[in-house]
Design a protein around this ligand. Structure first.
Ligand code: E4P
Length: 214
């Protein structure tokens, strides 16, 4: 499973880019607002830090408007992927962008039916939102089941669309993404840092440090 950074904060992307293990970045309007810079400025900076798919989200609207906006972002850099909301107009836009050779990431996916429609339209990626689905269902398994079911569906019907496990809130979501067979997980900065840690690693290092002194 590839690791993407789910952030538009340039300082965070600068730091994770030095780790050498981040293959892409996803942004959304909330993350852009948090970053304090405009989407186009963020794109310019991010493409220079990470050489991989960078998702830039268009504003929800009719297919024509979304395609127009998408073309502007796609022209900015070869790595730009257009994030499109999972609506009927979004599906139409994905179909048109696919025909133009522009990559898409269909976002706000909460069911296998939505994923099927997005994949049928030619989406390069679908982003099932684990955390928000768990919140809605008040469980800690609904997001996992969704990613697992989409994976199985894509395998059964031979879709090439890749699954980006999104709305990841904690380490358990990362483990669940791996178990469900997600192609990619897009992960907030604080969870990426938590992934490096284990109390027994710290304990083991302390023991080795003491031993080294002797
Ligand atoms: C990424 O593509 C999604 O926009 C993001 O993971 C959503 O996360 P949230 O549910 O924590 O806002």
């Amino acid at each position: 499973m590839k690791l993407f950074a789910d952030t538009a904060i340039i300082g965070e992307i600068e730091e994770v880019s030095t780790w050498g293990i981040i293959s892409g970045v996803t942004t959304n309007p909330s993350l852009i607002a948090k970053s304090g810079i405009a989407l186009t400025d963020a794109i310019q900076k991010i493409v220079n830090l990470v050489d991989g798919p960078i998702s830039a989200e268009v504003a929800e609207g009719n297919a024509t408007d979304m395609v127009q906006e998408a073309k502007v972002y796609a022209k900015m850099h070869k790595n730009i992927v257009i994030k499109i909301p999972m609506t009927l107009e979004g599906v139409k836009a994905v179909k048109q962008l696919t025909a133009l050779g522009i990559k898409t990431n269909v976002t706000l996916v909460f069911s296998t039916s939505q994923a099927l429609m997005a994949a049928t339209a030619g989406a390069t990626y679908v982003s099932p939102f684990m955390g928000r689905l768990d919140d809605l269902t008040k469980t800690d398994t609904a997001g996992f089941e969704l990613v697992k079911d989409i994976k199985e569906m894509f395998r059964t019907y031979g879709f090439k669309t890749q699954i980006i496990a999104a709305s990841i809130r904690h380490l358990n979501h990362v483990d669940q993404s791996i178990k469900a067979g997600a192609d990619i997980a897009t992960i907030p900065f604080h969870v990426l840092k938590e992934m490096l840690q284990h109390e027994l690693t710290d304990k083991g290092l302390a023991i080795f440090r003491e031993a080294a002194k002797k």
